[in-house]
Design a protein around this ligand. Structure first.
Ligand code: AMP
Length: 372
């Protein structure tokens, strides 16, 4: 644990090299820290803005030791850093968030069990280890649902969507039937999750320090396309009670995970009058795409607050001064960069990535308007 604030010139280590690592590195650098990125890849978006980098596989524990021994605290920009790697780093430096947060969020089954054990609602689910389990799960929960691999799934990766039968709820939704799902099933340990009927999706982005103090940003309303976040809007125009409940659940999760840093919890909001007012979709133990609007609409954004939290600094004020609409630039959306660059109201953030492949997050743009 860090009980004395890290002094400027200290080094922050970051596992992972994508845009989240890049924006964390920029925030840390602005506070006078040095940044050291550890990544298996060369020439990544985060390398451009960091003082030091190590390129080595995550399995190279000697390289992990050398990296960890040189940094004053280490963190992650991506929850799927192998646990062995992260735990090994923890022998030589302070790590935040706690390994438990990564272990929980790396496995959808562990995550759902963790949430259920703390009375936090999740979509009905069944563990899947064989083709036969899929048929049993469909019998139990109904056909409309998603088969999701337990590990390495994000942005809709590793998911097969099953359609309801002709009359059932979700009959018009995209997806495959049971037979096709069984055929497409990879055999990887998975879960089958019932399709949630939701009115909107929101997320709660919070920052927690070593002493357990926690602050929250206003929850954005999130719109997904092809299971990838497309836009976030603040305010979400949800009731105060709902915002309060999202924060209560997020605080409970953070406390149970002994969490330090920025934590994001994604929620489904079912239609009013349903069984529960909020259902957790998933936990992200890191800064999050749905918090990018904070860079332009708040004095202290999620990246700075993550760095302040892990460095033992006081958390910054999370109040927003504006309404915000954040739009992700994915794949060919990048072709519109000149238009955004030519606008005096488009807050453009580009990640310095080379090829604009389909589904690849290349940047985002935020528009602000008067606060309500
Ligand atoms: P995930 O990768 O699990 O976060 O899923 C990405 C997006 O897919 C979510 O934000 C939802 O829009 C949609 N989705 C995932 N699971 C479900 C579900 N059980 N019911 C309805 N929509 C879902």
């Amino acid at each position: 644990m860090i009980d004395t604030p890290l002094s400027p010139g200290s080094t922050i280590g970051i596992f992972g090299d994508g845009q989240l690592g890049r924006m964390l590195a920029i925030a840390a650098t602005q506070l006078g820290f040095k940044v050291h990125i550890f990544s298996p890849q060369h020439g990544s978006p985060a390398f451009d803005v960091a003082a030091f980098h190590t390129t080595a596989p995550y399995s190279d524990l000697d390289a992990v030791k050398a990296f960890a021994s040189e940094v004053d605290v280490a963190t992650v920009e991506f929850e799927n850093i192998p646990l062995d790697t992260y735990e090994h780093a923890g022998k030589f430096t302070c790590i935040a968030p706690d390994t438990k947060a990564l272990a929980t969020s790396q496995d959808r089954l562990a995550e759902k069990r963790f949430l259920s054990s703390h009375d936090i609602p999740v979509a009905p689910f069944v563990e899947i280890d064989s083709e036969a389990d899929i048929a049993t799960a469909v019998q139990k929960l109904g056909p409309a649902g998603l088969l999701k691999t337990r590990k390495m799934g994000y942005d809709g990766k590793g998911q097969i969507r099953l359609k309801a039968d002709a009359q059932g709820a979700g009959a018009n939704s995209p997806g495959v039937n049971l037979e096709e799902a069984i055929k497409a099933y990879s055999g990887a340990p998975s879960i089958f999750e019932a399709l949630v009927n939701f009115e909107l999706e929101i997320s709660c982005v919070a920052a927690r320090d070593w002493a357990g103090n926690i602050v929250f940003y206003d929850s954005p309303r999130n719109e997904h396309r092809h299971q990838i976040l497309a836009e976030s809007h603040v305010p979400a125009n949800i009731s105060e009670d709902l915002e309060k409940l999202a924060r209560t659940y997020t605080a409970k999760i953070a406390e149970k995970l002994n969490y330090v840093g920025v934590l994001t919890v994604e929620f489904f909001v079912p239609p009013t009058g349903g069984e529960v007012p909020l259902i957790v979709n998933e936990i992200a133990p890191r800064v999050h795409n749905s918090g990018h609007w904070t860079m332009d609409a708040c004095s202290f954004d999620q990246f700075e607050n993550h760095i302040r939290a892990i460095a033992g600094w006081t958390l910054g004020n999370t109040q927003r001064h504006s309404n915000a609409k954040m739009i992700n630039l994915i794949g060919s959306d990048m072709e519109g960069w000149a238009e955004f660059a030519g606008s005096s109201s488009a807050n453009l953030h580009l990640y310095g990535k080379g090829e604009a492949r389909a589904g690849r997050k290349m940047g985002h743009v935020t528009y602000l308007s008067g606060k309500n």
